[in-house]
Design a protein. Structure first.
Length: 133
């Protein structure tokens, strides 16, 4: 295991079957954040962080992050219009988890989560900017 962190960056558009209220968006992104926390942490501790930024088609902005423990998770939403499409940018940095394992877990967790919520994830793009050399 490298002493360097595992790093993952992703972009996608979350497409909901109908417009989501501010409260529904907050619930969706908090649950997503906690799902990603679970697959990125070791012994229920995240040595690193998960950051999410989203922008809705009606200009609602979403900022979410978690570090350390689940209880530290935060979601902030600015704007009050319902949103059907949200562009999402995610960054995950974690220690004690192999980067390839993080990538596989992330892809499975993110796509399964979105499907369970009856939404779609067109154009999901996962990028590695970090190389262990």
């Amino acid at each position: 295991m490298s002493h360097l962190p595992s790093v993952l960056a992703a972009q996608a558009v979350v497409t909901f079957p109908r417009a989501q209220t501010r409260k529904a968006l907050e619930s969706f992104f908090l649950d997503l954040l906690l799902t990603l926390f679970d697959i990125s942490s070791v012994d229920e501790k995240l040595l690193g962080h998960i950051k999410l930024y989203g922008e809705g088609n009606s200009k609602t902005t979403i900022r979410a992050n978690v570090t350390g423990r689940r209880e530290s998770s935060r979601v902030e939403i600015r704007g009050s219009r319902p949103e059907r499409y949200v562009k999402v940018w995610l960054n995950v940095i974690t220690y004690k988890l192999d980067e390839e394992m993080l990538r596989k877990r992330f892809l499975t967790a993110f796509t399964d989560f979105v499907k369970r919520r009856h939404a779609k994830l067109p154009g999901l793009r996962v990028v590695h900017h970090h190389e262990h050399r």
